[in-house]
Design a protein around this ligand. Structure first.
Ligand code: 4AD
Ligand code: MG
Length: 478
């Protein structure tokens, strides 16, 4: 059998008693013609493999270059050297795959994140990205665990759809029609009747509308899948393809919705701290070193571990949109004209405003509720004041909006009126309106941007560095 290997993570947790073990991995470093630092991706920690002088031929030793893959069988013994508890004394050493160190892009030195982004196909092998993507995995697992333990049904909503759930028109078209000469209808427009689905379709921007169909049957569902937005926002917070978690619950009002979102975020961060503390501590150290090079006013007030502990152990602030605008209007930043964009009731807050609230004023995550209806989606429940909707956004320090959600409009007549006012096609969404026609119930839900959460937990600052293969304007490499 080939694969009788022990993972390095498991091995480092055992007692070295001279037992024989087989390990496989990639060479991280080789020094003094004797000491191999071996990594197999199970942990950021390397295993030291000792090749005793004279036991291997020179030709083999020469092939122990960075990122060569090897198989080693030997004795696991307490380490004689400093810096590690144990090491493997190699009995047999086999090179599985050579790596030409002269052209291998990832050299054993510190590379910039930009450089590694260009080499995203190999960046998983670095300590930073190894840690980031193991944390991503832990968080994804925690999402499923949280909802499964609560009895939510995991629902797969379609990737290809004919609807624009958010009504924002930021969709990628899906078509098999020839781009250069599509069939035309009588009015001269593109004839989508000839298209694969017989109508115009796009990649989903959100699974929410289908999620509501699930919630009004199962009671509580969640989705966790890729979503696509053709918004031309070339920022460190936007991706064209990102993963979203969208729970949708019958018999929930806005407050229930906020309570669930807060419990959920606390839970998954706590889960990651408990189940993958090692990688988060490594990233905390990385961030501290990075920030040490910055001028004092640009450094974070708290280290990453401290920040995460603080967030897990404190309640989020809850304010209405109207209160948020008042705080901004009273702020020294506003009075000293430090904001680039104007502040008044009715604006869609810009990230500078959100950051002020979260980072300067409250210094913790903030849930903002009851936004003006004109800046929010058609499905949000209209409040009694007729001006605002039962929306909630969660804003996080360093990130801005991390969650967007609302109580849904369950009154058929009010919903249809809203759709008409906002030019959302009522006929095409007849299937959606059926939930309001047949046993409508108060219900609510939210969407959490998975990559924004990962940014928060890992302390990384660019969203391109927390998804394996980022899709952004003018970039679909790999
Ligand atoms: O606020 P959004 O647009 O809300 C919805 O899509 C609702 N249907 C959710 C719901 O109620 N079920 O998006 C939700 C979250 C945002 O708060 C943000 O975290 C993330 O998705 N997000 C993005 N993340 C990365 N890149 C983008 N371009 C994003 N757009 C939204
Ligand atoms: Mg939003």
């Amino acid at each position: 059998m080939f694969n009788k290997r022990v993972k390095i993570k498991d091995l480092l947790a055992t007692e070295p008693k001279g037992q024989e073990v087989t390990v496989m991995g990639w060479v991280k470093g080789f020094r003094q013609n004797q000491f191999i630092a071996l990594n197999d991706g199970s942990s950021n920690n390397n295993l030291q493999v000792v090749v005793e002088l004279g036991t291997q031929d020179e030709a083999t030793l020469k092939r122990l270059t960075t990122s060569a893959s090897i198989k080693v069988t030997g004795e696991l013994i307490p380490s004689l050297g400093k810096g590690q508890k144990m090491e493997v004394k190699a009995k047999t050493l086999e090179i599985l795959g050579d790596s030409n160190a002269e052209v291998y892009p990832i050299q054993p030195k510190k590379h910039s994140l930009e450089f590694l982004r260009e080499n995203a196909h190999l960046r998983f092998r670095t300590s930073t990205f190894g840690a980031v993507f193991r944390v991503r995995h832990t968080l994804a697992f925690a999402v499923h665990k949280f909802f499964n333990d609560k009895g939510f049904v995991y629902m797969h909503t379609p990737i290809i759809t004919a609807s624009d759930a958010e009504g924002a028109g930021e969709m990628f078209r899906v078509t098999t029609l020839p781009a250069d000469n599509p069939p035309r209808n009588e009015e001269g427009g593109i004839d989508y009747k000839e298209d694969f689905f017989g109508k115009s379709t796009n990649l989903t921007v959100s699974g929410q509308l289908e999620g509501e169909l699930g919630a009004t049957a199962f009671g509580e569902i969640y989705t966790f899948g890729p979503t696509f937005r053709a918004e031309n926002s070339n920022t460190a917070r936007h991706l064209a393809e990102f993963w979203m978690i969208e729970p949708e619950m019958a018999f929930y009002d806005l407050e229930d919705n906020m309570d669930l979102a807060e419990e959920f975020i606390h839970y998954i961060i706590k889960y990651a701290l408990e189940h993958n503390r090692e990688d988060i501590e490594f990233l905390a150290q990385r961030l501290a070193e990075e920030e040490a090079a910055l001028p004092k006013e640009k450094r974070s007030e708290m280290g990453l571990m401290e920040k995460l502990d603080f967030v897990v152990n404190n309640k989020f602030e809850r304010i209405t949109y109207t209160e948020a605008i008042d705080i901004l209007l009273q702020s020294p930043a506003y009075k000293k004209k430090k904001f680039q964009y104007d502040v008044k009731w009715g604006i869609d807050m810009q990230s500078e405003h959100e950051r002020y609230l979260v980072e300067k004023h409250f210094k913790k995550p903030v849930i903002v509720t009851n936004y003006p209806k004109d800046i929010k989606s058609f499905y949000m429940r209209v409040n009694d004041d007729g001006k605002t909707v039962a929306a909630m956004d969660i804003l996080a320090p360093g990130i801005g909006e991390i969650v967007g959600g609302s109580q849904r409009e369950e009154r058929l007549d009010v919903l249809i009126q809203r759709m008409k006012d906002m030019h959302v096609p009522v006929d095409e969404l007849s299937w959606y309106l059926d939930t309001r026609r047949y046993g409508t119930v108060p219900h609510a839900g939210f969407g959490l941007g998975f990559e924004r959460l990962i940014l928060f937990v890992t302390g990384m600052t660019n969203i391109r560095d927390v998804i394996p293969f980022p899709r952004t304007p003018k970039n679909a490499e790999f």
